[in-house]
Design a binder for this molecule. Structure first.
Ligand SMILES: Nc1ncnc2c1ncn2[C@@H]1O[C@H](COP(=O)(O)OP(=O)(O)O)[C@@H](O)[C@H]1O
Ligand SMILES: [Mg+2]
Length: 237
């Protein structure tokens, strides 16, 4: 397997690291039936990629085998943000796999992080809708779920383009990232509707970028998004 090195992982402030650790623990409480997990939000900049990358890193550090699929094919920042370098060969990724020019083995990379595997976006594609609709996404996610403990999927925002909703329909659950104090209530409620329509269960809401205790960014995993099923099968908040 080829290896990708992520070069730019900054050390996070203690409070952020702690909040992310709590997110990881709460994530584990959701149980093993959630294997294919969408990480999404309503609009750009709420922290989907930040949360998915850090959750991925931490789950790997805790001994899980986790693959992160960078499915923001239109606008992925991962390659530049982490100054990724490959240990040789062509840098191929999701769009190559979806177009049928690469196999799954060609596009899943080990990384310099323990237990953390990556299926990157190697080239951005302006209009990937056709690629996403050709049946290979579902096949890919199922195959990854067989091989890994968790498959995390970082996506574009739900309200801008249909990509996120489409991918949601193939996932077992979703984490909805919300910019605390930033994202209008109506957009959050619209995102919940879109997830529901896609048949993707809400695992939780990550309230991110909340100003607290003087920390410029602070995120915590809230209970607001948790649902549990009553004996009669109805969903309670
Ligand atoms: N909790 C956080 N702490 C520090 N930086 C954050 C946090 N959440 C987001 N950011 C930063 O904000 C910017 C936008 O976040 P990003 O994850 O790229 O958003 P999205 O993927 O939702 O568009 C990035 O530079 C990211 O590193
Ligand atoms: Mg992103």
């Amino acid at each position: 397997m080829k290896t990708l090195t992520l070069n730019n992982l900054n050390t996070l402030p203690y409070a952020t690291e702690e909040a992310l650790n709590r997110l990881r623990i709460n994530f584990n409480f959701c149980g093993d039936r959630f294997k294919k997990i969408l990480i999404t939000s309503s609009v750009p900049g709420e922290g989907k990629s930040f949360i998915s990358t850090n959750l991925w890193r931490m789950l790997g550090e805790s001994g899980r085998n986790v693959v992160l699929v960078d499915a923001d094919i239109r606008k992925s920042m991962m390659r530049t943000r982490y100054r990724m370098s490959s240990n040789g060969g062509d840098f191929v990724g999701l769009s190559h796999y979806l177009a049928g020019s690469a196999s799954l083995d060609d596009v899943v990379y080990a990384t310099n992080l323990p237990g953390a595997y990556l299926l990157p976006t190697a080239h951005t594609v302006f209009n990937p809708s056709i690629l996403l609709q050709n049946g290979r996404v579902e096949e890919m996610l199922d195959a990854l779920a067989q091989r890994f403990d968790h498959v995390l999927v970082d996506t574009p925002p739900l309200t801008n383009v249909a990509d996120g909703e489409l991918i949601a329909s193939f996932c077992d659950g979703a984490l909805l990232v919300v910019h605390g104090g930033g994202t209008p209530r109506s957009l959050v409620s619209n995102s919940l509707k879109l997830l529901d329509r896609a048949g993707c269960e809400l695992m939780g809401v990550v309230l991110n970028r909340v100003k607290e205790d003087g920390n410029p960014y602070y995120q915590k995993y809230t209970k607001y998004g948790y649902y549990y099923e009553d004996n009669d099968g109805s969903r309670k908040k």
